[in-house]
Every structure is written in C-alpha cells, then in structure tokens.
Write a protein that binds this ligand. Structure first.
Ligand code: AMP
Ligand code: MG
Length: 414
C-alpha cells in the first residue's frame, strides 16, 4: 500500500514538537554576533547617564538670552569649558557661559546651548543675537534608556545594534542558548569534490557545501562534513559517526532504490522514524527521526534544490528553536506574473524573485523549477507556495509567499 505523504506543515510541527532551547551559556559580546539571548536584559543605568550637549557651542541659562536681538546682542562671559569626558569644574552665574563640546556634561544651572556657528567668541565672551529656548540642543539623561528599563528580550537575535546597546548598558557578557551542533553526510558513488576529476558518470558534490553553509547561517556549529559511497556497511558506519551532534543531516540515499542504504542504516542504528515522504515539491523523499541519544536525524533528498529547500523548511527551524529563537517564518502574498502549470497532489515551493510595484508585491519564478537545477535558487527572494490540492495557477493569481533567509543575515557567525 502506498504511503500517505505528510503535509509540510504537519512535518514542521512534528520537528518542532521535538525541539527545545539548549542550555544557556555565558557569551562575551565580541563572540555574540548572531547568538540568541537566553535572558531578558534590563539596564542598570540610564543612557545617556547625564544631561549633555547635542552640539559644539556654549552652555547658557536660556533666560539670560531672552532680550537678545541682532541689533542689541547679549554678551555672556565664557568662564570655563566642559569637554566630552571632562565636565566643567564650575557652574556659571547669570551673565556667564561655558564652552561645551558635543557629548560633554551640561554644567549645573545651564539649560540650553548656543551653537558655535551662531555666535562669535571674542575677548573671552560671546555675543548672542537671538534668544535660545530652554532645552535647546540638550540631550537629557535617560533619553535613550531609563535605569531599570528592559532593553532586550529573551529569544532576540543579537545583531550589530543589539551588541552596541549591550555595550552601552555595560553588559560585556550575556547569557545565550548554546549553539546547536550539526554533522552532515553526503552519500553517493557519483559524487566528487569541487577539485575532483569528473570521470564518467560523476557529478560534483553540491550539498557538501550548501548544507553546511545553511547550517552555519542558521546559527549552528558544523562539527563534521563527510561523504560516503553507496555501500551498506560504510553508510551505517558513517551515519553512526554523525550521532552525538544535536542534529545529523544525511543527504541522498534516502529513497527506495537498490543503492539507497540510508533508511536501513537508520533502522539498524535504532533511529526511530517520525515521518518519511512529504507532499512537497521539491523534497518528497524527506525522512526525519530521533536517535536513542536524542539526536534529531534528517534524511534529506540528494537533489541539490530539494536538499536546500527541505533544510530551510525543516532543519533550519529546529536550529532556531534549539538556539532559543522564534522559528516563525516571514510570510506574505504576491501576485504571480506568469502562469505556473501544476497537477494536484503535492504543495510546490516555487523559487521566485520579488518585485514591488504600485499595486504591491509581484513574484516571478527564477527559472526552470526542476529539483536538480540548483541555479534556480540563485537570486531567489522567496518561495511562492502553491497548495497541494491546487492545479494550474494562472498569471495574475495571488499566492502566499515565504521569504528566504537572507545570506547577509548570518546568525551565529561562521
Ligand atoms: P538520491 O537522493 O541519492 O537518490 O539522489 C538524487 C539525485 O541527486 C541524484 O541525481 C544524485 O546524483 C543527486 N545528488 C545526490 N547527492 C548529491 C550531492 N551531494 N550533490 C549533488 N547532487 C547530488
Ligand atoms: Mg544517491
């Protein structure tokens, strides 16, 4: 009896049900790019910590300038200087001003800045030709963050600005979930490396590069990348070497061909099957199970597009969940700009380029969508999702889209 193919959403839930955040560890800021916070982070201090000047100029008492006009300027005597990092020693009395740099502490009693370009400094005095409002060019303590405010939340990914915020509140170390480890195995007698010779019937091993890169860009630590030929015992041995990582990914050999040894190896090694066979194109022969030691084990199809697509749809969310991040996808809709022929049966994840027009987002398939055409991923912004039960899609129909994780947004560093 033919097996019932599993819907991609059910498969995703089955994976996520078996995934949770890994234990947290202390991470120093210089290693924290792309890591996920395992704690809520309040600020102990206010930022800025003190009232300071937004401009180079002179700190004054605004009321001293009230009657200033171009014809009858107010003269203020400059009695001290407040520099960034070195506040003035004194507070000015009425009729006095203090030279001040951007970021320097506001001297006591002053409540406004006369900008340097709006006055002239002569004989230790400035002439003010127009009144300044109280608070002008002043940056107040706590403008950015007030002491006690929660500035970052558990589950947030640390990007450049988050790291800057942590530095500014004096947090040199933060608690992050441990990065998940991934081991990767490619299978097939036909595969050679990028520098290998293409003998008769040989092709190059694309997945040995795309899959580890996907893992790293999701924030995982790749602990091993191996290759094994289509041999039963060697396959079992190679897969046994993958277990022990948080996630093991085997590419290819997971179908029903005579030379597909991966599922029998999973079975022999006691990896318990959760599902096999998705109602998905590309990606039908995808397998998922759990090893006795808790390793999540994925058997991805060998076809290079299928491996990439199923990694993005299933493995990446498990990496994010283990790292304590929200595995939510970025979804929307777009109008398909060309017809897409399809038979009902499996959901299609079509690689599309997006374009924003006056009436919203439009999508166009990158090129031929066959699962061996890896260049169909190049320049793709999103998957356009054609549901399993749908037949042909007409030009102009609106489809759900799922944005692809961008290569520029590396989580976890490389
Ligand atoms: P399999 O899943 O092993 O049946 O392989 C399906 C197709 O993908 C075959 O045409 C393989 O030659 C090809 N393939 C398998 N693994 C890789 C790989 N690592 N890189 C490139 N192509 C592959
Ligand atoms: Mg194979």
């Amino acid at each position: 009896m033919a097996r019932e193919l599993v819907h991609i959403e059910a498969a995703r839930s089955a994976v996520l049900e078996r995934t949770g955040p890994l234990p947290a560890e202390d991470v120093s800021l210089d290693l924290a790019l792309g890591r996920v916070l395992a704690e809520d982070v309040p600020s102990a201090d206010s930022i800025p910590p003190f009232d300071n000047s937004a401009m180079d100029g002179f700190a004054v008492r605004a009321e001293d300038t009230r009657d200033a006009t171009p014809d009858d300027p107010v003269t203020l005597r400059v009695v001290d200087e407040s520099r960034a990092g070195t506040p003035a020693a004194s507070s000015p009395s009425s009729g006095e001003a203090i030279a001040i740099s951007t970021g320097a502490a506001m001297p006591g009693g002053c409540n406004a800045i006369v900008r340097i370009e709006e006055t002239e400094y002569r004989d230790a005095s400035i002439a003010v030709t127009a009144p300044v409002e109280p608070g002008r060019d002043l940056r107040c303590a706590g403008d950015d963050v007030r002491a006690g405010d929660l500035v970052l939340r558990r589950g947030g990914v640390l990007g450049p600005s988050e790291l800057g915020v942590l530095a500014s509140i004096g947090r040199g170390r933060v608690s992050c979930a441990r990065r998940p480890t991934i081991s990767v195995l490619t299978t097939g007698d036909e595969l050679v490396g990028p520098d290998g010779e293409l003998g008769p019937g040989k092709i190059r091993d694309a997945n040995a590069y795309s899959v580890p890169a996907l893992a790293r860009s999701a924030g995982a630590q790749v602990t091993a990348v191996g290759h094994v030929g289509d041999d039963r015992d060697a396959t079992r041995e190679a897969i046994s070497g993958l277990l022990g990582a948080d996630i093991a990914v085997v590419c290819g050999g997971v179908s029903v061909g005579e030379h597909d040894h991966v599922r029998p190896a999973f079975d022999a090694l006691g990896v318990e099957e959760v599902f096999w066979g998705l109602a998905l194109r590309p990606g039908r022969p995808t397998w998922f199970g759990i090893a006795a030691d808790g390793t999540l084990v994925f058997g991805l199809p060998g076809n290079p597009v299928s491996a990439v697509v199923t990694f993005i749809l299933l493995v990446r969310p498990s990496v994010l969940a283990m790292a304590g991040a929200d595995p939510a996808r970025h979804r929307g809709t777009a109008v398909l700009d060309e017809p897409y022929p399809k038979r009902p049966g499996r959901a299609h994840f079509v690689r599309v380029r997006l374009e924003l027009r006056e009436d919203g987002w439009h999508a166009r398939p990158t090129k031929e969508q066959a699962s061996h055409v890896l260049t169909s991923m190049l320049g793709a912004d999103a998957f356009a999702i054609v549901p399993a039960d749908r037949a042909d899609v007409a030009e102009g129909e609106r489809l759900e889209i799922e944005l692809l994780p961008s290569a520029g947004m590396l989580a976890g560093g490389v």
